[in-house]
Design a protein around this ligand. Structure first.
Ligand code: OAD
Length: 293
């Protein structure tokens, strides 16, 4: 069937890239942003912008604590879909997982520590293999803020967290990163806005609305999309730019694009195949088929 033929394409591909969204973490109990009972039905997106953070950091952090508890309040772990991708990274030609998620579950599925000092990886694009494409050019320019490098297992796919990682905070002055949980506890105790030892404000280490993605990360994601022979768009509504344009970049460069989503997406008409199904049903089967030769 369709899945057989996708598995064949994956086996024959030199470069396979996956783009994931919150739908892949939904079966782990992390709520999605849009759709039935989405987070943005319960929270006002407008309160979580970079502008609000700058204007009213104390109020921003109080609301952020609520959002963070709603997103990651219960204990959750990678599900079979994360694990299937990790497997395709270890044993197959999956070069990179580009994720919009800030939950760190791809790292955990690959058994990568959520470490601020991560190792440099290779990817399909030789252009970036020298330095991993990572220089300190975070946008908007916040003095001293550096880019964390991507994690990679010895043989796994590289994981590109396009929107950052909510389990870290970053100091907007000195750029140092630290785990979020103790900082959230301080917010809970009324210590708002939380500050770094250097006196600078802490910001969740995520891309807020109104903030640009870091240029090197975005360039790298685009090169991966262009270089890919097979591009999998998994569990994302594909409405938030610039991530949403990556499948189209891949399709224009001749990649086989497959969409896995319970609902229709704007990318479906550019896709070679659309699986209107649960990620936990499709991805383990796909990984099995790719490995079954
Ligand atoms: P969305 O919440 O917009 O979309 C989740 C998608 O996953 C929907 O299209 C669902 O149909 C689909 N879905 C849910 N459960 C699924 C399942 N079990 N199997 C298959 N599909 C499933 O999430 P994203 O596309 O990730 O931005 O959202 C993109 C960005 O918007 C997020 O990164 C965040 C948000 O505002 C920032 O924080 C900057």
């Amino acid at each position: 069937d369709d899945l057989d033929s996708l598995a064949r394409d994956i086996r024959e591909a030199a470069c396979v890239v996956a783009l994931t969204g919150s739908g892949i973490s939904a079966p782990s109990g992390v709520p999605t942003f849009r759709g039935a009972d989405g987070v943005w039905d319960h929270f006002d997106e407008g309160q979580f912008t970079y502008g609000r953070f700058q204007r009213d950091p104390a109020g921003f952090w109080r609301d952020r604590l609520e959002l963070q508890r709603a997103l990651f309040g219960s204990s959750y772990r990678p599900n079979v879909a994360h694990e299937a991708l990790a497997r395709l990274g270890r044993t197959g030609p999956l070069e990179a997982i580009i994720t919009q998620n800030t939950d760190g579950l791809h790292d955990r599925a690959a058994n990568v520590q959520n470490d601020v000092n991560r190792s440099v990886d290779n990817d399909c694009d030789r252009e970036y293999s020298e330095d991993g494409g990572r220089t300190n050019q975070t946008e908007p320019a916040e003095s001293g803020e550096t880019e964390p490098t991507d994690p990679q297992n010895a043989s796994g796919a590289s994981i590109l967290e396009l929107h950052g990682n909510a389990h870290r905070v970053v100091c907007v002055d000195c750029g140092s990163r630290t785990p979020a949980e103790p900082v959230l506890d301080r917010v809970d105790d009324g210590d708002v806005p939380p500050r770094c030892d250097c006196g600078g404000l802490y910001k969740p280490d995520v891309v807020l609305f109104g903030q640009q993605l870091s240029k090197p990360t975005l360039q790298r994601a685009r090169s991966l999309a262009r270089e890919s022979d097979v591009f999998l768009a998994i569990g994302s509504s594909l409405v938030v730019e610039p991530a949403a344009s990556l499948p189209r970049v891949a399709a224009r460069s001749g990649a086989t694009v497959a969409v896995v989503n319970l609902e229709e997406t704007p990318v479906d008409r550019h896709a070679s195949t659309v699986y209107r199904a649960d990620v936990t049903e499709i991805l383990p089967r796909l990984a099995d088929l790719v490995e079954s030769v």
